[in-house]
Design a protein around this ligand. Structure first.
Ligand SMILES: [Zn+2]
Ligand SMILES: [Zn+2]
Length: 253
């Protein structure tokens, strides 16, 4: 055990802020009780501005006054809020590391209590802890979810992503004659002969495809001079670049 991995009270607060700030993908903040101090609120606002997925997990039996203030905070920072019964664990985790700690995200703990934390940077241990969050908290039957901004974003984006790939794989325009063909697919649109209608393909089966000039964009059918091997005009090419990393949404339907 490395002494640098043991955190004292002020170090835990600082490490939690750092954990939120360095988040590139997702961040879980598991704290039965919650009353943020100013730096923490600012970090959450920064995460919202940078569009990071933050999930807060609190204990379910809050009094109505506490719950109101939690919900106000959630609305302002737009994170996902999950209430779980009997929660007593405190754990802060992003895609790089985790902090196991005795400390709640509660301003007086930060100021008055003696707390101890342990910083976990080893990949395997972090993955295991993430699994614990999934199985013991997110999948807990008592878990009550107040969705964050990314739920609506994903819902909105998912329809767009599905429509895009459906268009790319099944619709298509012949890049030689510009006609909308809709013929039966036997492969992906990236197979060069598939971007030509049967008639245009039969007219020239000899020339290597990257030498065949295309006259129309495969995806939108607008006039575009490219080649059969990559017949997307710049706008559609940008769209493909934007959608490609989201393709998993199509298969997770
Ligand atoms: Zn054609
Ligand atoms: Zn296009």
């Amino acid at each position: 055990m490395d002494s640098r991995e043991i955190l004292t009270t002020p170090q835990i607060s600082a490490a939690v802020i750092e954990l939120i700030d360095e988040t590139e993908e997702f961040c879980f903040l598991v704290s039965p009780y919650y009353k943020p101090w100013r730096q923490l609120q600012r970090a959450l606002q920064r995460a919202k501005t940078k569009k990071r997925q933050v999930t807060m997990i609190y204990r379910a039996d809050q009094n109505s006054h506490q719950l109101d203030s939690l919900l106000r905070d959630q609305e302002s920072s737009q994170y996902e809020l999950i209430l779980v019964e009997k929660l007593h664990a405190k754990l802060y985790l992003n895609e790089r590391r985790a902090i196991i700690s005795s400390m709640n995200l509660y301003n007086s703990s930060e100021e008055q209590n003696i707390e101890i934390g342990y910083l976990v940077s080893q990949w395997n241990s972090r993955v295991l802890l993430q699994k614990v969050i999934q199985e013991r908290l997110l999948d807990d039957p008592s878990a009550k979810v107040y969705p964050g901004w990314f739920h609506t974003e994903m819902e909105r984006k998912r329809a767009e992503v599905i429509a895009f790939f459906a268009g790319l794989e099944t619709r298509g325009f012949c890049v030689i004659c510009g006609k909308h063909h809709g013929f039966q697919r036997s492969g992906s649109w990236t197979s060069p002969h598939i971007v030509r209608c049967k008639r245009c393909w039969l007219a020239d089966t000899e020339t290597p495809v990257d030498e065949i000039k295309s006259s129309y964009c495969y995806y939108c059918g607008k006039p575009f001079e490219g080649t059969c091997s990559f017949p997307l005009h710049p706008h559609c090419e940008n769209l493909l670049e934007e959608m490609q990393p989201l393709k998993w949404m199509v298969s997770s339907e």
